[in-house]
Write a protein that binds this ligand. Structure first.
Ligand code: SAH
Length: 230
């Protein structure tokens, strides 16, 4: 087993690298990848840069070049569901691209021919995360995550995404990582801690809570790694 831990921004993987202490840095395809041995298992850690294109590149590279067999994503997201507050954890049951739109041809939002509106995440990993959560006394909400190349800071847009995709949270990388892993048969797990409510205060909330929420998510991801290694 070779486990990938991916984030989009430096802040999302910093707590993981800090935990690993020693790792090897490899520069490849315009990015840095960190290889480490953790409790006898190989890890590859990287942040992709923000958005669907960069996260597609990084996820593909981790699978095709580094040969990872499990993908864990750790990061922050904007909440849609009013149940989700800053710092809360959400694990994706399935993911969709909210900005993919060829509805002019009669297709639903998020759909292109030979694709699907949603990509389902790995059920076993979700069950493992529930076991981890109950062991450490944390709540992890399972829900739908919508992804697009936009920082959403607008109540109207957020509500539209919520309604159209039945989504509980939104971010900018999850669905693209899901598409890659699904196509290449790699089980994946997308975890996010809420940094903002995707409303008019989102950018302020994001700046204030990025670090603590990214830490919250990373800490849980390392618990997932421990469980997977067990
Ligand atoms: N402040 C950063 C930009 C952050 S973009 C800079 O200036 O460089 C937001 C990042 O956090 C993305 O990686 C996305 O996945 C996640 N995210 C958190 N809240 C979001 C929101 N309201 N809308 C979209 N993405 C959000």
């Amino acid at each position: 087993m070779k486990i990938a831990i991916m984030g989009a921004m430096p802040e999302e993987i910093a707590p993981i690298l800090k935990r690993l202490e020693t790792y090897k840095t490899i520069e490849y395809a315009g990015n840095k990848y960190y290889e480490a041995s953790y409790k006898g298992v190989d890890l590859v850690v990287a942040y992709s840069k923000i958005g669907k294109v960069f996260s597609t590149l990084t996820a593909t590279t981790m699978i095709e070049h580094f040969g990872i067999s499990v993908m864990l994503f750790s990061g922050v997201a904007g909440a849609i569901s009013s149940e989700l507050k800053v710092g809360d954890l959400i694990v994706a049951s399935k993911l969709s691209q909210h900005d993919l739109d060829i509805t002019a041809f009669g297709h639903p939002y998020g759909y292109v021919p030979e694709g699907s509106v949603y990509v389902e995440a790995d059920r076993k990993m979700i069950e493992i995360s529930k076991a981890v959560a109950s062991e450490i006394g944390k709540t992890v909400k399972e829900g739908i995550i919508a992804t697009g190349d936009q920082f959403v800071a607008n109540e109207e847009r957020k509500n539209w995404i919520g309604k159209t995709f039945n989504a509980d949270a939104l971010e900018m990388e999850g669905a693209s990582v899901a598409v890659v892993c699904d196509a290449l048969n790699v089980p994946f797990f997308i975890l996010r801690a809420i940094s903002d409510a995707a409303d008019m205060d989102a950018s302020f909330s994001f700046d204030e809570f990025l670090e603590t929420s990214a830490n919250e998510s990373a800490e849980f991801i390392m618990k997932m790694v421990d469980k997977l290694i067990d």
